[in-house]
Design a protein around this ligand. Structure first.
Ligand code: HEC
Ligand code: HEC
Ligand code: HEC
Ligand code: HEC
Length: 223
């Protein structure tokens, strides 16, 4: 009996490793750790928490308990092309979160929605002046992979695109994490929190799957 129980436990653990644990992540050793002890170039000089630069437990601006003031994040030039089958909206609500920092301008990047959430009301000394050109996506989205459109509508119009649920299976994700509100977003390809691979290493460039051999692209594009 004992042996059987042990086998059952081993089977359960292996099954969890294969299917159960969706997208475990570790933000600490990524460029999104903006705390004073973070590994990147851009970080606070006086504040040691991590989540606060994006989330607050109270008095949040919007989903997901968002702690950045996004006034001024407007005026997007949407993607279009002769081959693009759907119309992109101005910007979807998830991608918009990224643009509270990934703009070419510097103004919205320092603004926390709720600085009073910080201990002793201490504003973090922190800005992205000089954020690298390639990380400053800016509001012109014509030169970026299209986002801000309904994924399923595009998939139905384009036979080379795989279904949302097949993509989710390939990337070991849920359809809602990949396509919040049904949208193709920045988060369809990126995990802001630093997704871990099977060896517990953060996947480079905060991607949902390593793009070695273009395997991320091939998850959606049946080329
Ligand atoms: C650089 C910004 C940033 C930082 C720092 C950050 N998050 Fe997030 N978080 C986001 C964004 C953007 C979303 C929504 C989109 C998404 O999930 O891709 C999100 C979503 C979430 C969600 C809801 C969806 C989910 O993934 O379960 C939780 C919970 C969460 N974050 C927790 C945390 C915690 C805890 C920390 C600190 C350890 C943290 N986040 C740090 C940007 C950030
Ligand atoms: C609080 C500000 C902030 C928010 C919000 C934010 N980022 Fe970032 N992100 C940064 C900074 C700062 C860097 C580092 C830039 C550099 O070093 O050039 C960075 C770097 C990155 C990188 C490069 C990582 C690497 O290892 O090279 C990616 C990819 C990225 N962000 C994607 C996103 C996406 C997608 C979102 C929204 C879902 C998002 N970010 C939201 C501040 C932010
Ligand atoms: C179709 C998938 C896909 C989408 C959608 C996408 N990215 Fe990326 N992104 C990538 C890949 C792949 C890389 C790595 C490119 C490389 O290493 O050359 C990358 C790189 C980046 C970098 C790092 C650039 C650098 O040089 O450090 C940032 C920042 C970034 N993306 C932000 C965003 C933001 C913000 C959005 C939404 C507007 C977004 N991405 C949408 C796939 C995507
Ligand atoms: C999460 C799914 C997903 C991933 C990952 C993805 N794409 Fe796409 N891509 C799409 C969808 C959906 C469209 C829109 C198809 C359409 O309607 O034209 C698209 C459109 C495109 C287009 C055509 C744009 C046009 O004008 O018609 C190109 C080129 C492209 N993707 C390249 C890439 C490359 C290269 C990668 C990897 C770096 C990648 N994609 C990763 C879903 C994805």
């Amino acid at each position: 009996m004992k042996k059987l129980a042990l086998v059952a436990v081993v089977v359960a653990v292996v099954a969890m490793m294969a299917f159960g644990v969706y997208a475990a992540s570790d933000i600490r050793n990524t460029k999104h750790n903006l705390a004073s002890w973070g590994p990147g170039t851009y970080k606070s000089t006086n504040y040691s928490e991590i989540c606060v630069f994006c989330h607050t437990p109270h008095a949040a601006g919007s989903w997901p308990l968002w702690n950045r003031n996004m006034t001024g994040v407007t005026g997007f030039i949407t993607y279009s092309s002769i081959a693009f089958d759907v119309t992109a909206s101005d910007i979807d609500s998830t991608s918009k979160l990224c643009f509270s920092c990934h703009l070419a301008t510097t103004s919205p990047t320092t603004a926390l929605n709720n600085p009073s959430n910080l201990k002793n009301n201490a504003q973090p000394t922190f800005n992205f002046i000089g954020i690298r050109h390639t990380a400053a996506i800016g509001t012109n989205l014509r030169d970026d992979h299209p986002v801000a459109f309904n994924y399923t509508n595009a998939q139905l119009a384009h036979s080379e695109i795989d279904t949302a649920s097949n993509v989710a299976t390939k990337l070991n994700e849920t359809t809602t994490s990949l396509f919040p509100n049904g949208d193709m977003t920045c988060s369809s390809c990126h995990d802001v929190h630093g997704k871990l691979d099977s060896g517990n290493n953060v996947i480079p460039v905060l991607l949902r799957r390593s793009n070695a051999s273009s395997m991320l692209c091939l998850a959606c594009h049946l080329k």
